[in-house]
Design a protein around this ligand. Structure first.
Ligand code: HEM
Length: 520
């Protein structure tokens, strides 16, 4: 029997997948060989893809976090400032050197404006989300509109009181767990604290997630919940600018949009009825819409695309980033009682200085060592390992003969840069003092990428730090935190394999012991 006879004897059930599979592999091959030829022409160093199926490094994604293979490529290419390869079918250029990262993200901002997460231009709501927006004018006006939300001073006074109110809920929860001999779950405690603080102080809601899970917490969790569908939706968002048709694979789903829209409708209608002005995020959105009256096609609607996009921009990924940071910090502090003690002394001192026994805005703002602990945690466990940009024009790199072509996708792996001994001495050691004003040097400042870099750097981390400091300062002030589930410091192998952010795969459980009992 010759080859064609063997083929025709196969059942149609086998023939169809065989045909489709072969077609995909042939297309892949064409994609690989074309891009490799371009890299060769532009003198970009690259890793030769294995025949038809990309790089073996990424075969383990799904059982390990994508950081594991990217970190391996980073370490194995020490002699190069950048190196290109494929993540499955997606071509990327990993930029290793901080000087080059600066050149691309800061100096060439106009040519690398788009993030790798850019939304399709047809997506009218996602185009108003800051990190997905592809129009510089829209991005600039959105960032300006939101800027009052990012100043810590705005979160002082009444707004800070709404964040501080979460302390009592958290202490009650910790005490109940302790009395039952149970540990506390650091990520859950942090999510409740940060999300309720954000819901109440930014959106004017009255959330208490210990009593009833709030609407916004459900929205945030459904966005960030690790799983194959979220991993694939993140890949599709980067590679194809979103998936049309498959709702569950969309990065921003109709469900996210509807939840945000209905919350905004309720809150804006209430403000309209009461006429109250809270000077919060809802009022900023209402003012924005009033300024637009009649200028945009949807400006007559009760809630515009811009309001929904900016609302999602402020929420999705943000509470989660701050909560994960707080959770990792509790893990590290549980392993380092000496640093907990320094935070306690710092809190006592700040309270004395401001003549109070409360966690006021002024007290939290003075917790400088705790701030160093948060920076050091963001170094060891940066929120994302895919800081990305896409070249919107050809970029020739100064001092080299290398050119990144229009459409080239740049990625920077903050995890690898942060653990490179060239930039940080003893990089795997948790040492908050490396961020003290005395020790902070220019080399380390340039290599620290915990909040990104350039004009698209995270605008909200200071507000995030304020909330995380309030949570951790108050927890450590009242309790000694001891490790239960994780007695060794985590690394990339402990990250969730199916998450698009760096989050621990298992719950971090810690025990709490009240200081007054320990003092007896
Ligand atoms: C404290 C924990 C946080 C961490 C570690 C963090 C980290 C990051 C990172 C790495 C980026 C990408 C920057 C880049 O591409 O160069 C980013 C972007 C962003 N972050 Fe944060 N973030 C945090 C908290 C927040 C908070 C609390 C908010 C809002 C109040 C916020 C709002 C944003 C926005 C709007 C962007 C997109 C900026 C743009 O594309 O122009 N972040 N963040």
């Amino acid at each position: 029997m010759d080859f064609s006879e063997s083929l025709s004897s196969l059942s149609p059930l086998l023939c169809v997948p065989l045909f489709v599979g072969s077609l995909c592999l042939a297309l892949n091959y064409l994609v690989y060989s074309r891009r490799v030829a371009e890299w060769r022409k532009s003198k970009i160093p690259f890793l030769e893809p294995s025949f038809l199926i990309g790089h073996k490094y990424f075969w383990s994604v799904g059982s390990n976090s994508a950081v594991v293979p990217i970190d391996r490529i980073y370490r194995e290419n020490k002699d190069k400032d950048l190196v290109a390869f494929f993540i499955a079918t997606m071509p990327v250029v990993l930029v290793r050197s901080p000087a080059l990262i600066k050149q691309l993200f800061v100096k060439n901002f106009d040519k690398t404006f788009e993030t790798g997460w850019a939304a399709s231009q047809k997506d009218k709501i996602a185009q108003h989300m800051l990190n997905l927006c592809t129009d510089k004018g829209v991005w600039k006006s959105g960032r300006n509109a939101l800027s009052p939300m990012f100043t810590t001073a705005r979160v002082s006074g009444e707004h800070f009181a709404k964040i501080r109110n979460q302390i009592a809920n958290m202490w009650t929860h910790a005490e109940e767990a302790r009395l039952q001999g149970k540990p506390i779950n650091t990520k859950q405690v942090a999510m409740n604290f940060i999300q309720d603080g954000t819901s109440n102080s930014f959106f004017g809601l009255g959330a208490n997630s210990y009593e009833k899970k709030g609407e916004l917490l459900k929205l945030v969790e459904s966005f960030a919940e690790p799983g194959w569908n979220r991993l694939l939706s993140a890949f599709a968002q980067m590679h194809l600018q979103g998936v049309q048709g498959f709702e569950s694979l969309k990065f921003i789903t109709q469900n996210h949009i509807e939840s945000m829209k209905s919350m905004l409708q309720k809150q804006t209608a209430q403000r309209g009825q009461t006429g109250s002005n809270e000077n919060d995020f809802i009022d900023i959105l209402i003012n924005l819409k009033e300024q637009d009256q009649g200028k945009k096609e949807d400006s007559e609607m009760d809630v515009t695309n811009e309001m929904i996009g900016l609302g999602l921009s402020l929420l999705l990924g943000r509470t989660e980033s701050t909560a994960i940071l707080a959770s990792f910090t509790m893990h590290l502090l549980s392993l380092h009682p000496e640093y907990q003690e320094r935070i306690r002394q710092e809190v006592d001192e700040a309270m004395r200085k401001h003549n109070t026994t409360e966690f006021t805005y002024e007290v939290v703002r003075d917790l400088h060592f705790l701030d160093q602990c948060l920076h050091e945690t963001a170094r060891l466990y940066p929120n994302t390992s895919a800081l990305t940009r896409v070249c919107t024009e050809d970029v020739t790199l100064a001092g080299t003969d290398l050119t990144l072509k229009k459409g080239e996708r740049i990625i920077v792996d903050a995890y690898s840069v942060h653990r490179d001994p060239e930039h940080f001495q003893n990089p795997d050691v948790f040492d908050p003092d490396r961020f003290s004003p005395k020790n902070r040097d220019k080399k380390a400042i340039d290599a620290f990428l915990g909040f990104g870099t350039g004009p698209r750097k995270c605008p909200g981390y200071k507000v995030g730090f304020l909330m995380a400091s309030t949570l951790i300062g108050s927890l450590v002030h009242k309790y000694e935190v001891r490790p239960r589930s994780h007695t060794k410091q985590m690394d990339a192998y402990d990250f969730h394999p199916r998450s698009f952010v760096n989050v621990h795969k298992d719950d971090i459980l810690v025990d709490v012991m009240p200081r007054e009992i320990l003092a007896c």
